[in-house]
Design a protein around this ligand. Structure first.
Ligand code: CMP
Length: 400
């Protein structure tokens, strides 16, 4: 399964947005009588509107809208009076010596029933909305959300501005929420702290790609038109040697990492295969955008060059490990690599989990299964980790 999330720009994409709203809202018993088969309002006609749409195998499954403040105010202003909030924020910004706030609203959220429980679909839509808001210079976001989704906004740290209020004739209760953009940006893109320029350079031009664990993102030898930034999840990079019928494990990448850039740079085929090691969310940068933006401001290429330099250093390390390291050194090197890229337990950051079979671990370390097991048994006896058939759990946090 894979999902693409993008800005709706074509006639087809926009009609998919309007129809999906209708389909979802009529299912939920809202709005249906007023419209034929699509829901469109005056706020869809404002040039700065951004409608975002998610497709699974070309079927529209989810949409959200971002509106920038205009003389018509925001869609949310028509369901709740945000004036006191606007005034409070304007006064705070002035007192802090900052420029006047720029408000935007997020709304018209519609997710097809079978996708409603998939948190990653909503997170992907929201992350893209945050990127667009950031590009438009938004400082604060407001939204009126219905009861079913209020909990999500509360967990994200949004400020609730009132207890639920009935919304017009639609028979639903809505809650007004607001948040500074900065905190949403941290939530959405905190993993790119060290690659801020890379993100800034391409902001507003992204497509999002959600893939399930095990999905092949591309194969070695294929032509490549896209590079990817990982926001959540992980990706394994491997290389296959046909004559030896052997797969070489090159890297396990995680949030904040980029891959697939080589084909964009040298127009050659993919140098390796990329497979999602977990359910993964990716930002996609296509070739045209990549070059267009790079020519616009070449100084921003510093982060990209840093990625390439780090990769070359890692590749040198790996060559040395495979060429000269002893069995013990190889096993230690790869177990450390797994620990570095393992996922933190939500409740205890000292517990890190890496999805990897002992077979795969033995293979990447060029060890036999028995040698790999003996090595892991020793670390297990020292209480450093625990391993099962499909997972290695580390008991010392990343910083230890
Ligand atoms: P590309 O050649 O377009 O497709 C395969 C990608 O894998 C490549 O770009 C890099 O982004 C990534 N890659 C290749 N070799 C390595 C490596 N040694 N370590 C980490 N990533 C790599």
């Amino acid at each position: 399964m894979s999902i693409r999330i993008k800005l709706a720009e074509t006639e087809q994409e926009l009609s998919d947005v309007y129809r999906l709203r209708y389909q979802v809202y009529s299912e939920l018993g809202r709005f249906a009588e007023e419209y034929d088969d699509a829901i469109v309002d005056v706020f869809d006609a404002i040039p700065s509107v951004a409608n975002i749409i998610a497709y699974s195998d070309d079927v529209p499954i989810a949409t959200i809208r971002v509106n920038l403040d205009t003389a018509l105010k925001l869609p949310s202003d028509h369901t709740f009076d945000f004036t006191p909030y606007r005034e409070r924020i304007a006064a705070e910004e002035q007192a802090a010596g900052r420029s006047q706030p720029v408000f935007a609203s997020a709304g018209m959220l519609a997710i097809a029933a079978e996708w409603r429980n998939r948190r990653n679909v909503f997170a992907g839509l929201l992350r893209m909305a945050v990127d667009i808001g950031h590009m438009l210079g938004v400082t604060h976001i407001v939204a009126t959300v219905n009861d079913e989704t209020a909990g999500i906004y509360e967990r994200l740290g949004w400020e609730r501005l009132s207890s639920p209020v009935p919304m017009g004739d639609f028979g639903v209760n809505i809650s007004p929420f607001a948040t500074p953009m900065a905190s949403m940006y941290r939530w959405a893109f905190g993993m790119f702290r060290e690659k801020k320029d890379l993100l800034e350079q391409f902001s507003g031009c992204f497509t999002w790609y959600l893939v399930d664990k095990g999905t092949k993102i591309f194969s070695q030898g294929e032509p490549g038109d896209e590079a990817y930034l990982i926001t959540t999840g992980g990706v394994d990079i491997t290389c296959f040697h046909e004559a030896a019928d052997k797969t070489l494990y090159l890297a396990r990448l995680g949030p904040g990492d980029m891959f697939g850039e080589l084909s964009l740079i040298d127009s050659s085929e993919r140098s390796a295969t990329a497979v999602a090691s977990r359910n993964t969310e990716l930002i996609v940068i296509n070739r045209d955008v990549f070059w267009e933006k790079s020519y616009e401001d070449p100084t921003r290429l510093k982060d990209l060059m840093r990625v390439l330099a780090a990769r070359l250093r890692d590749a040198n390390n790996l060559s040395m490990i495979y060429a000269y390291a002893s069995l013990g050194e190889r096993l230690s090197y790869f177990v450390e690599m797994l620990r570095r890229t393992a996922v933190e337990d939500v409740r205890n950051p000292d517990i890190l989990r890496s999805k990897m079979t002992v077979h795969e671990f033995a293979d990447m370390s060029r060890a036999s299964l028995e040698e790999a097991e003996r090595f892991l048994d020793k670390l297990q006896a020292e209480n450093k980790l625990e391993y099962s058939k499909h997972q290695i759990t580390f008991f010392e946090g990343r910083d230890s």
